[in-house]
Design a protein around this ligand. Sequence first.
Ligand code: BGP
Length: 470
Amino acid sequence: RVKKLPKDFVWGGATAAYQVEGATKVDGKGKTMWDDYLKAQGRFSPDPASDFYHLYPKDVALSKKYGLNAIRLSISWTRIFPKGYGEPVQAGVDYYHRLFKECLDNGIEPYVSLHHFDSPKTLFDDGDWLNRKNIDYFVDYARFCFDEFTEIKHWFTINELISLAYSQYIQGNFPPSHKFDVTSAIQAEHNELLAHARVVNLFKDNHYDGKIGLIHVLQPVYPYPETPENQHAADLSDAFMNAFLLDGTFKGEYTDKTMNLINEILDANDAKLDIEPGDMEILKKASTRNDYFGLNYYQPSYFAAYDGDSTNHFNGTGEKGTSSFKFKGVGQAVKNPNIPTTDWDWNIYPEGLYDILKRVSSEYPNSKEMFVTENGLGLKEELPEGATQDTIINDDKRIDFVDQHMEAILKARSEGVNVNGYFIWSLQDQFSWANGYNKRYGLFFIDFATQKRYIKKSALWYKALANTMK
Ligand code: BGP
C-alpha cells in the first residue's frame, strides 16, 4: 500500500547496545544491571547476542545494501565507565569511534542514545534512578560523550523512561523485579525526566553542535467496552504511562488534569511522589529545548475498571493468551476481541500510531520534529531446512505490519504532523530483555549459533521503499 516515501525521509533500523553487542566481558567493560540477573535467571545469556561488537561492519554493510540511511545505536555506559563514573576506558571509547566511523563512511547517520535500559550495576545497586547522586553521574557521562564523540550530530538521552520504571517496579520483569511498587515507579519516572532535562540543559548551555531529544514509548489506552467507568480507568492508565512523561518533557510541568489522576493512583496504593525544590525549574527550562522527539510505538492497550488488588502475569514466552494485568486504583487490561494480537499478546492496531502522533503534535507542540524511533513485529522465525546464504526468509506478516504503520504515519504527515523518519525495531535479530532469543524482529535474520546473517523479505521491501526517495 505505501507507494512512496517522502523526500529526505529518515529510513532506519534500531539497535540497543546490550541487545546486540555481546562481548559483555571484554576490554574492561563493567557489569550492567542485567549481567548477574540474567545469569541467576538462567533463561538466556547476553553473550554473544548478535556479536555486533565484532560484526558491526557486516550489519552496516547490509544496512547500506538494503537502502537504510540511518541507524539507532546506544552507547553502553559501562564500556566507557565500568562503574558509571571514574576514569574512562580507552578501548570502549575507541570501539564507539570505530563504529560511528563505519556508519558515517557508509552514508548511515547514527542516532545515538546515552541510556537504553543498561544502568551500570554499581549505580543500580545503589538505587539506580531512585538515587539522585546517580543523576549527577549520568550528567557527567553525557558531558564526556558530547566532548568526545563530536562526530555524532543526533543524540537521544534516555530510551523509554516508562519501560524502565514500569518493568522494574510495576510489572516486575526487569531487575530488581518489584511488583506494583508504585512509589518507586512514579519516582523513577520523575527522576529520569530530571536526568533527561539536566542533560538537555547541559547540551544547550554549552552549545554543542548537533541535536538532542529523548525517546518515549507511547501506548494509547482505549476503554473497552466504552463506558464512563472504563474511560476513567483508561485515563488513569494513560496518566501513568504517557501523560505524566509527556507533560514533564514538553510542558515542564505536570498539569492539574494529569496530577489529579496520578494522585488518585498514589492514594489508592499508599504511594507518594517526592518533587524537590528546583526540580520543576529544571524541567521547565528543558521543555522548549528538545530539538526533536523519538516516539516508539508498538501497541495500544484496552482498559476496563477494576476493583480488586494488583496482580499480573507477564507473557515472556510467547504462549498466546497468558498475560494478565490488574492494577489496583487504575484498572485492568482487557482483550478487545476485534483486535488481533501477537503470540506475546501485543495488540496490533496501526491506527493507534496515527492517534498518538496527532495527540503529541496538537497537545505538545514543543515536541517540534518527530521520528518513530521504534516500531516492529516480534515473531517466532526459523531458518528453513537447508538454507544457504541466498535463502530469503519470508516474513510477509512483518511487511504487512510495517506497511500499515507507515500508512498511519504518512496519513498523520499529510495532515500536518511533523514526522520525518522511521526506524524499524529491529535492524537485525537481537535478544529481547524479557523474552530472550525466540522473539525476532530483524530485517536481517541471525543464526545465533553461527552468527551468520540471512536476508528476510522485509529487507527487500525496505530497499524498494528506499528507492522511491531517489
Ligand atoms: C522496546 C525497547 C527495545 C525492545 C523492544 C521490543 O521497549 O526499547 O529495547 O526490546 O521494545 O520489546 P520486546 O523485546 O520486549 O519484545
